[in-house]
Ligand binder design. Structure first.
Ligand code: FAE
Length: 551
């Protein structure tokens, strides 16, 4: 079975040339060092300059709630169209080093920076070799939110850049033939000709140098993953990433401080990863028309008496306490608080009478992208390597036959584990609903843990045959005692304010002119692969139409 790229048509030729000419390979060593230092500052200067919290009483043309993929695309394109934008982000700006001199904590040593308002970590892998991994930490507005609902924990990024701060950077365009089942009301022709390429270019997506990959120690785990996939007849596909591969090569050579090769990922990357702060947000801030309020949380949006919307914003401190409540007015409001944040906000605003005319489809059609995790125990002759790059580069595609796409994921522990680790994205019919719980004063999610069985069954279409062929077994020490499947979580929340249901076919919320959804809440529960490229491409499509027609 030959290797193939999932995203071939979307960015064929896009980046290889640009990657080579735009980075160190054409520069001398000194210039390269300069380039590297500038490119990897945690928060670029343009973004820092845009940090200018709104005063209470202000009026703005466009207010964007949340600075993840949807929010960053909206901010950039509106600003380029000449509209002044204010971006409200409840997480931190991530521009200040901690006592160790680093902005972000390492994956293996979580601290106060790692979790959003928790006093004990809740790591996706809760155990290793029988030992529990979680530990007490001071309550802080940290970078990774493990948000608990009945039956599922939803992991999300918090801070300027949203999920781009914590994710694995896997930038996957779904195969075109699958797309109509994901977003049936969107024209695939325009997505694959225009918006996926635009998103991939804007995000700085590139493919790993496969010749280097073949010999790099840090991808031994992925080569073992490929060998096992191919020996069982499964297609193994390379997928692009937003990590700077040139930087990673220098990490491997010992020339620069390590980030992906030091295991950094879910609590932030101090170097190497092109998070939104370095791409869309930097460009948005460079227009001079975007200002940003970090550590500000939107709590209400209601029609203003003289047009536009009154937006209530709480300024919080790093313990999460509200220190000031501001009221501002916006002509247009873009909900980009992520699938969960946007859905919770809209569900509450409809139920409590702030936006009573919102569609009854608000809150519905939410899914987990079929996420389920597992590990396999390899034989001693199949070591996966002590050094593992935290940036995944590949997956096993059994979507057509078994409804599963499995990311060959790292397990960067720093020791030889003989383990192969996977995050599977699976086809599942189960969709949950956000509902207002008036007694408790919160929004609940109607997820049922038993629904994950469909995803486990789909993932087993890949791993049962591989285990049978290799004579190997599942790991039972990663998610609890004797527990094979990580079926308690998702990294990929999607839906809750779905395109063509809660909104029109471009994200305009039914019931209120000037209110828009522009994030993962628009996508009904699945992208068949990792979602951020699709979220970005859909946002590019929608904002183009909104700017042309509404502004
Ligand atoms: P998102 O990026 O979550 O941004 C929403 C922002 O809104 C956040 O910054 C919030 O703090 C902010 N916010 C929420 N409520 C409020 C409020 N009330 N007021 C103000 N601000 C608010 O949304 N996807 C991939 O494609 N590839 C990967 O390799 C990958 N790996 C992942 C690994 C991890 C550990 C996690 C958690 C996720 C991963 N994802 C990955 C998923 C991806 O990051 C996610 O789909 C996107 O970030 C969602 O983008 P949105 O724009 O919808």
């Amino acid at each position: 079975m030959s290797d193939r790229s999932l995203s071939a048509s979307a960015h064929r030729g896009l980046t290889r040339r640009r990657f080579v000419t735009g980075t160190g390979s054409l520069l001398g060593g000194l210039a390269l060092a300069g380039h590297t230092a500038a490119a990897h500052a945690a928060t670029p200067a343009e973004v820092t300059a845009a940090l200018a919290p709104l005063p209470s009483g202000a009026r703005v043309p466009a207010l964007v709630i949340g600075s993840g993929y949807g929010g960053s695309v909206a901010a950039l394109r509106l600003a380029e169209a000449g509209v002044a934008v204010h971006l409200v982000e409840m997480g931190m700006a991530w521009d200040t080093p901690g006592p160790d001199g680093k902005i972000f904590a390492n994956t293996t040593t979580p601290d106060y920076r790692s979790f959003w308002l928790r006093t004990r970590t809740k790591q996706p892998l809760s155990q290793f070799l029988g030992y529990p991994l979680d530990k007490d930490v001071p309550r802080h507005t940290g970078i990774l939110d493990a948000e608990d609902f009945a039956g599922i924990t939803v992991y999300q990024g918090r801070g300027l850049g949203g999920g781009s701060l914590v994710n694995g950077g896997m930038a996957v365009t779904p195969r075109r033939e699958i797309f109509p089942s994901l977003l049936p009301t969107v024209d695939p022709g325009e997505m694959y000709a225009t918006y996926y390429p635009r998103a991939n270019a804007g995000l700085g997506v590139t493919e790993v140098d496969q010749a280097w990959w073949e010999s790099a120690d840090c991808y031994q785990y992925a080569r073992v993953g490929r060998k096992h996939a191919q020996r069982s007849g499964f297609p193994f596909v390379f997928v692009p990433n937003v990590y700077d591969w040139d930087y990673m090569k220098q990490e491997a050579a010992g020339a620069v401080p390590r980030s992906a090769l030091a295991g950094e990922v879910i609590y932030g990357n101090n170097h190497g990863k092109k998070s939104l702060q370095k791409t869309y947000l930097a460009r948005a801030a460079a227009t001079g028309r975007v200002s940003v309020s970090p550590l500000h949380r939107v709590t209400a949006v209601t029609p203003a008496p003289d047009g536009g919307y009154t937006v209530v914003v709480e300024r919080i401190d790093t313990t999460g306490s509200t220190v000031e409540t501001k009221t501002v007015t916006a002509d247009k409001v873009f909900f980009a608080a992520g699938s969960v944040g946007t859905s919770k906000l809209l569900t509450r605003l409809r139920a409590t009478g702030a936006l009573p005319a919102l569609s009854d489809r608000v809150g519905k059609n939410w899914g987990d992208n079929g996420n389920v995790m597992c590990g396999r125990a390899n034989h001693m002759w199949d070591p996966t390597g002590k050094l593992q790059s935290a940036m995944p580069t590949a997956g096993i595609d059994n979507w057509d036959a078994g409804g599963a796409f499995a990311e060959v994921a790292p397990l960067p522990t720093g020791i030889e584990t003989y383990a192969s680790f996977y995050l599977s994205i699976t086809r599942t019919p189960h969709r949950a609903e956000f509902r207002w719980n008036a007694a408790a004063g919160r929004v609940d999610l109607s997820w049922d843990r038993a629904w994950k069985q469909t995803s486990i069954d789909a993932a087993r279409t890949i791993f049962d045959p591989i285990n049978a062929k290799e004579g190997t077994i599942y790991r039972t020490d990663l998610f609890g005692a004797y527990k094979i499947w990580g079926d308690h979580l998702t990294y990929h929340p999607l839906g809750g304010a779905v395109l063509g249901e809660a909104t029109d076919n471009h994200g305009r919320l039914h019931g209120y002119e000037g209110l828009y959804v522009i994030d993962g809440a628009l996508i009904p529960g699945s992208t068949a692969v990792n979602p951020f490229v699709t979220i970005t491409a859909l946002a590019e499509r929608n904002i183009e139409r909104i700017i042309a027609a509404d502004l």
